[in-house]
Design a protein around this ligand. Sequence first.
Ligand code: ZN
Length: 351
Amino acid sequence: MLPKNQKKLRVIAMSPANRWLIAFLSVACILIFSLHQAMATKFQNYDLNKSLPSLISQKQANNQANNQQTCRKYKYIGSELEPVSNQVLSNSQILFKTKSDNKALSLPAEPLPRIHQAAVLAKVPIMMYHDILLKKAVIYDLTPQELKKHFELIKSNQITPISINRLFAHLRTGSPLPKKPIVLTFDDGYGGHYEYAYPLLKKYGYPAVFAIHTSSVGINAGRTHLTWQQLQIMANDPLITISSHSKTHPALTKISDKQLYQEVVESKRTLETKLARSIIYFTYPYGNYDERVKKVVNKAGYLAAIAYGTPSEMFANQSKDLFAIARFEKSRLEKVIPQTWGNPTLPQCNY
Ligand SMILES: [Zn+2]
């Protein structure tokens, strides 16, 4: 038995385990107190008369208002607002001008030729069509009835065909799209485009791109081709965008620098003179391009170029850059429709 004064000393000295316990409890008290103070400061900023559901619905309303504002901002791209040459501004901005009063809207954009990171998530298929005629000769051909079936498939799946201008604005600025967008393109300027494709596009209200190689216009050797008069009628329609498809439709990677320049620059000049409008998109004949070709097309003042098959078929958003925008052959329509995606992280617009 210890003397009385030694018992007291043991209580005061405590065991090491008890000392740790006391230290732990002190730290915990300090932490709880600090947390309480922090929460009190945070919540004193809220209106306590508002319930949590009303705060959430207010936030949703704010988001909705912001989304509507964003959708309005980009609504007229293609119909009223046309993109203007890259040379006008620095390469991290894009300029749109109204068709009627020439007012300008400049938007921050990803430096050329990169695709905006907000656009990388969407999946916009660009479909490639060729001739439309009553009697098919090669696998690239479609009858008017088959084209109608394609349009019906697009319609019944609530897919929205958008203009190449809207896609271009999206790829450069991350601007919003409809929920399920698609782009329709018709290559080589065939007579069947005016006779069958154009009336059907008008009937459904679908925008489309027609790629024209200038030396074929008005030529009816073998297949019929569009005349300048037909092209002018189509070019005047807000649904239609004309792109240059070179002058004589060669494989551009296999010709000399001089020939390449003529194919790319002269075709632009001819189309602009004949149709009295800027030609800002290029479509590579056979989808054939390399770095040299891309550079010349960029330098000639085109804003973007549409490819095919190099390196493979994929969604426009997965393209390497704006001078190599990928497409799908028309036969893939059924396969790509379920994957079409306008990126729900962007505002959903009713275009
Ligand atoms: Zn072609």
